[in-house]
Design a protein around this ligand. Sequence first.
Ligand SMILES: [Zn+2]
Length: 114
Amino acid sequence: MRKTVLDKIKGLLLDQRREMVDEVKAHEGLKAGESNREFRDPEERAAGLGDVLVDDQIAGHDVNLLEKIDYALERIEQGTYERCASCGEVIPKERLLAKPSASLCVTCQAAKEP
Ligand SMILES: [Zn+2]
């Protein structure tokens, strides 16, 4: 892969990472405000707790993607980014440009999914 393409992908990953970090931080701020809030009646309290649970699920998802982005950036530094982490085949750059956090080729990704 040409260095210019790799630089572009690295830029995409760093942008995505910045967005994710902001989002996770926003969620944490929201949750802190949520737990400090006084609930006036039990019904309102139950609704509030439901919101917190949904937020936790979203936050968990974000952290997962953050890890993938970090892993991809690490692989770029090590010069192994183009190679599938499972079988070692070269991943087509079209796939990497479309999904920069991917670390597996299409075949291995499909095998991993249930
Ligand atoms: Zn593979």
